[in-house]
Ligand binder design. Sequence first.
Ligand SMILES: NC(=O)C1=CN([C@@H]2O[C@H](COP(=O)(O)OP(=O)(O)OC[C@H]3O[C@@H](n4cnc5c(N)ncnc54)[C@H](OP(=O)(O)O)[C@@H]3O)[C@@H](O)[C@H]2O)C=CC1
Ligand SMILES: O=C(CO)[C@H](O)[C@H](O)COP(=O)(O)O
Length: 473
Amino acid sequence: MEKAEIGLIGLGTMGSNLALNIAEKGHRIAVFNRTVSRVDEFKANAGELADRIVPCHSLAELAEAIRPPRPVIIMVLAGKPVDEQIAALRGELEANDILIDAGNANFHDTVRRFRELEGSGLTFIGMGVSGGEEGARHGPSIMVGGTEESWKRVEGVLTAISAKFKGEPCAAWLGPDGAGHFVKTIHNGIEYADMQMIAEIYGILRDGLSMGAKEIAPVFGTWNKGRLNSYLIEITAKVLAADDAKTGKPVVDVILDRAGQKGTGKWSVIEAQQLGIPATAIEAAVAARVLSSLKDERQAAEKAYGALAVEKIDAPRDALLKDLELALFAGKIAAYAQGFAVMAGASNEFGWKLPMPTIAKIWRAGCIIRSEMLDTMAEAFSSGGAEKNLLMAPAFVTLMKGAHPSLRRIVARAAEAGLPVPALSSALGYFDAYRQGRGTSNLIQGQRDFFGAHGFERIGEQGAFHGPWNSAD
Ligand SMILES: NC(=O)C1=CN([C@@H]2O[C@H](COP(=O)(O)OP(=O)(O)OC[C@H]3O[C@@H](n4cnc5c(N)ncnc54)[C@H](OP(=O)(O)O)[C@@H]3O)[C@@H](O)[C@H]2O)C=CC1
Ligand SMILES: O=C(CO)[C@H](O)[C@H](O)COP(=O)(O)O
C-alpha cells in the first residue's frame, strides 16, 4: 500500500479537522486515536477525502504506514497524555522522524520535552494552533517553535494547511523550543481579555440599557463592519441572535453564567507576573472567569447585599453606542499591548528573538483573535515605534487619543450604575498609569523606607537615600 506522508494522533475536535485539512491539500495521512473505534469511523465519514486517509489501529501500524522520515502530529489533551504518547512513540519511530505537539501545551512542558528528546535522534516541534474546529478544518493560524531546520522540513505542509491573509500564509517559525507554545498561550490570554471586554459591553447593553439579546445582536453586527471588525465580534452577534429550540428564548438567555477555562489564560498571567510585565486586562479576565464559576457564592452574596441596584443608563442611544464601540476598541488596544509586551519580555528572558511583526501577521487570519486591528498592529511592528509597547507606535497613539475618552466615560458610567467592568477598567487603569510621567510610587518608596529602611532614589541625584522618619511624629 502507498505510504502516507504524515501521521496524526488524536481524532478529537482539532485532530480530526486538521487531518481532513491535510488530506484536502493533497497529502496522504495516517491516523490513530486512543479510542481505536474512532479511527474507522473517521475514515468512513471522510467522504471524498477517505482515499487519502490511512486508518491505523496501533502506534506500530501508524509508524509502519508513514514514509520515513516520518512527521507525526500529536493532537491530544495537553499535559500527561502528550508525555504518554511521546513515550509510546519513541519505541516505534526512528532517527530523523519528527514529533509535532500541536495541542495547547504549557511552554515549560515543551522546553522539558525538547530536553528529554535531545540525543534521541527524533526531532521535536512545539506548535500552537488556533482557529478552533473551523480553523483546523479550513485554515488555522500556526505558531511553530523548534529549530529552524525542523521548520524547513515541515514548512510545506504547514503553510499549505494554514489560513491565508491576502495570500500570505498564517504559519511561521517563531523561535526555538517553547517559543511557539508561549506565543499560543499569550494569544489565548489576549483572547480571554477580548472576550471578557465584549461580555462587559454586553452587560452594559443588557442591564444598563435593558436591551434584549435580539436587540443587542445587530449592534455587534454593525460594529463588525467597522473598526472592531473581528471574528470574536462576528460570533458574538451570531451567538446573541441564536434561538434555543427547547424554550424558543435566545440561547444566550438559557446559558448558565459560569465560564470554563482550560489553563492558557492562567498560564499567561503566571508568565506575565514571573517576567514582571503588567498584563492587567488579561489578569482581570482570568479572575472574572474564576468569579463566574463561583455561582453559589455569588448568589449567596446577592442575598446578603441585595441585588445590585442597577441604575439604568439614561443617554441618547446613538451617542452611547458610539461610546461603547470606542471604549471596547480602546480596551482591546490596551489588552493587545499587554500581550505583546509579555511576549517581548519572554523573548528577552529566554533569548528567543520573537518576531513581533510576524506574530501580528500570522494572527490576521485563521485564529480566534483575528481582526482588522491586527493588520494595523503588523504595520506598526514593522515600521518601528512599538518595540517597548504597542501604545507607543505612532498609529496607536493616534487611535488611543481618539478612543480613550470613551473608555473613561463608559467605565465611569458603569461604576456609577453598579455594573461590573473589571477588564475594561483594568485596561483603562493600565493606560492611565502607563501614560503618567510622574506617578504616585514616590509615596510607596517613602512608606517602604519608613517601615523597612529600603531606601529611595531622589529626583536628579545619584545614590540611595533615607527619610527623616526617626524624627517624624
Ligand atoms: N478545541 C479547540 O478550540 C482547540 C483546542 N486546542 C488544543 O488541541 C488539543 C486537542 O483538543 P480538542 O481536539 O479540542 O480535544 P477533544 O476533547 O475533542 O479531543 C481530545 C483528543 O485527545 C485524546 N486523548 C485524551 N486523553 C488521552 C490520553 N490520555 N492518551 C491519548 N489520547 C488522549 C482523545 O482520545 P479519545 O477519543 O480516546 O478520548 C481525543 O482524540 C488540546 O491540547 C487543546 O487544548 C488548540 C486549539 C483550539
Ligand atoms: O485554544 C483555544 C482557542 O484559541 C481553545 O479553544 C481553548 O480551549 C480556549 O481556552 P479556554 O478553553 O480556556 O477558554
